[in-house]
Design a protein around this ligand. Structure first.
Ligand code: MG
Length: 291
């Protein structure tokens, strides 16, 4: 190697120094010149992507699902679906899952949507769904493997659009879901003309041929058609259904988005972020400090 005064050593030293200062300058530039756009999802996305608490919450839910499944498999008179009617005791067992934020974690795409405010959210969502690379929600894979080992048919009722079925199937198979060749178990929105945003008809379709032993989702609409009511009615309804939680219905936490937020903004989807924030604030009531 050359001596300290060697021109080559000097050149390398200078190069290293310049690279270092360039990095410092760039870091300062990105900190000062690219301010973070305020986004109401920040804490929720942070919780889902980084917290031990999210890992614990979803694993708790799937552990409870396993216990509930064992019980439901033994009790042939049991159904977890509101839509299930008639004689179902001799039908083969099935679980109905939602997909997004239930078995697949879309946190990384939520980050992208927060950072890239120029591209339409629907476009970013479509690209993400087509890639089919979402990681599983913690605990989902273990529960899916367990349910499959028990011979339960797994149905996935999702409001991803029908054209996203290929990427969706690819993603589910990548996390260990065994999709049967003879029956379409991935039921997309608009895959059939009558399959609308509300999932009730698709649940009823599954319930014609299977005994629904469990429903797993992150949104109230994954369980019932009462999702599109005002917040107080939704909350009251969920209380009325108290016996089902943890027995028929397993809820995976999703603090980022959902029909809970849509109800909170009174389904006013045209409202810009500031107006939405105002509606949300007006919905909340503090205790009266004067009392
Ligand atoms: Mg979902």
């Amino acid at each position: 190697m050359g001596e300290k005064g060697d021109p080559i050593v000097k050149a390398i030293t200078l190069g290293v120094a310049l690279t270092f200062f360039a990095h410092v300058a760039f870091a300062q530039e990105s900190a000062t010149e690219a301010p973070v756009t305020p986004d109401d999802r920040l804490n929720a996305v942070l919780w889902q992507l980084t917290s031990a608490e999210y890992e614990g919450a979803t694993r708790t839910a799937f552990a409870m699902a396993r216990v509930a499944l064992d019980k439901a498999l033994k009790d042939k008179k049991h159904t977890a679906a509101i839509e299930q009617t008639g004689k179902f005791a001799k039908l083969p067992p099935a679980i109905i899952f939602d997909i997004d934020e239930t078995v697949l974690d879309n946190g990384p795409n939520q980050v992208r949507m927060m950072l890239d405010t120029k591209t339409r959210p629907a476009e970013l969502m479509a690209r993400w769904h087509e890639r089919g690379v979402a990681k599983p929600v913690p605990g989902a894979v273990e529960f899916i493997e367990y349910a499959q080992s028990k011979g339960v048919t797994l149905f996935f009722i999702t409001n991803r659009n029908a054209e996203k079925e290929d990427g969706t199937r690819k993603n589910l198979e990548a996390i260990g879901v065994k999709l049967p060749a003879t029956v379409d178990t991935v039921m997309m929105e608009h895959e059939k003309p009558e399959w609308k945003f509300d999932k009730g008809l698709r649940r009823a379709t599954v319930a014609k041929d299977y005994r629904v032993v469990l429903v797993v989702g992150d949104d109230y609409g994954d369980f019932t058609s009462v999702w599109n009511k005002p917040t107080d009615e939704r909350r009251k309804d969920a209380e009325t259904e108290a016996a089902r939680w943890g027995r028929d219905w397993i809820l995976i936490p999703n603090p980022i988005y959902g029909s809970w937020e849509n109800a909170a903004i009174k389904f006013n989807f045209r409202a810009p972020p500031d107006e939405r924030r105002k509606i949300k604030h007006d919905t909340l009531k503090a205790f009266d400090a004067a009392e």
